[in-house]
Design a protein around this ligand. Sequence first.
Ligand code: DLL
Length: 436
Amino acid sequence: METNIHPESIPDYMESGELRTLQLQRLKATVQRCYDNVALFRQRMDERGLKPADVRSLADVAKLPFTQKTDLRDTYPYGLFAVPMKEVVRLHASSGTTGKPIVVGYTRDDLEVWSSVMLRSFVATGMHAGDVLQNAYGYGLFTGGLGAHYGAERLGATVIPISGGNTERQILVMKDFGVTAICCTPSYFIHLIEKVNAGGISFKELGVKVGVFGAEPWTEAMRAYIQRESGIKAFDIYGLTEIIGPGVGIECCEQAGLHIFEDHFLIEIVDPETGEVLPDGQEGELIITTLTKQAFPMIRYRTHDITSIIPERCACGRTIRRISRIRSRSDDMMIIRGVNVFPSQIEAALLSVEEAVPHYQILLTRKGGLDQIEVQVEVTKEMFGDRISELESIQLRLAQAIDHITGLRVPVRLVEPHTIARSEGKAKRVIDNRNQ
Ligand code: DLL
């Protein structure tokens, strides 16, 4: 139990009944605001014969229609905004995979809320005023940079707004500026560790103690790798543009699931196929309803992120509930010879083999109407100099580890050091050439 509770983190410890009452009051207000100001929400509710007054309990949220990413595309750019543009003081956008980006807006109050949940996120990791934060999330339309920036400033940390990329400069800053904490994607952090170590000093000699990593899926095995190789404590932070950006949830020092800032976000888990609400503890798709957003409120947003609600109270004393690490996105699932496989399973398998380095890519192709998969794994320079028989043995062990976790014999190809592209932001783990 933490003894020094930051004043802004008090809602993290709110008595559960009080929190549910607050959520219900805010849910009602959000539904009313959406009904009054957003044509799509009103139309969807009218089609179901629903009025805002029909939301009488938190469970009633399940009566409301889902919102999908396609709804944001169909109403591009401002169709889901619930306030006049003169109240919108910031826009962000996310590029997505196809066509136009999705655009979200924030009022001044929304930015306040965002800073406060980001501040609470940093507090949960044990960061405090006086920490020097290297913020290597991208600044710009991506929410990572500015989201972390304002939260950290509000905490009283010294923020270095370095943004993503330019690895040489990142390393110089990390060495010379007294950096104690860093934010970036986990895949980029691995790249940084590698580059620092290649420069002749060990990452562990630097003063960095805390890493706040998110924006892409990663595994416990990856955390173990990062903590072992860098000596820092690595925290998982979750969020998405459509809801607010980073700061929907974060791990605390227990590193046992991500606390959701439930006074601002109402969470449900549903069966991704049927949309039916699932009980706590069961894995399914995370659905989020915003409770305080003004410019861009969201009702029952289908995140496609697969997780579960952890029903037990956390040892840290926070009463806000946790979700388990995002296992994957429902749309990332690959079906290989009839077996469902997620990239995170491949990652966990690869990292269970001692010699493996966490640079890998999954290549999907189609042959004779059947999906084919190949996993490419980088070896280190030292390994590359090894005898062929040793490389073969590693290859075999990697394939066996994948078989063990997924039940599939998957071809593994060892590739030369530095041949898999490094990302400055979100890593591209799956190369899908099935439709070529
Ligand atoms: O990635 C916001 C963010 C910035 C989160 C910085 C954390 C840190 P989007 O670009 O809209 O927003 O992508 C959101 O990324 O639906 C998840 O699929 C994935 N994602 C985000 N955080 C995590 C995480 C930002 N900790 C999408 N673990 C989400 C797994 C994550 N997946």
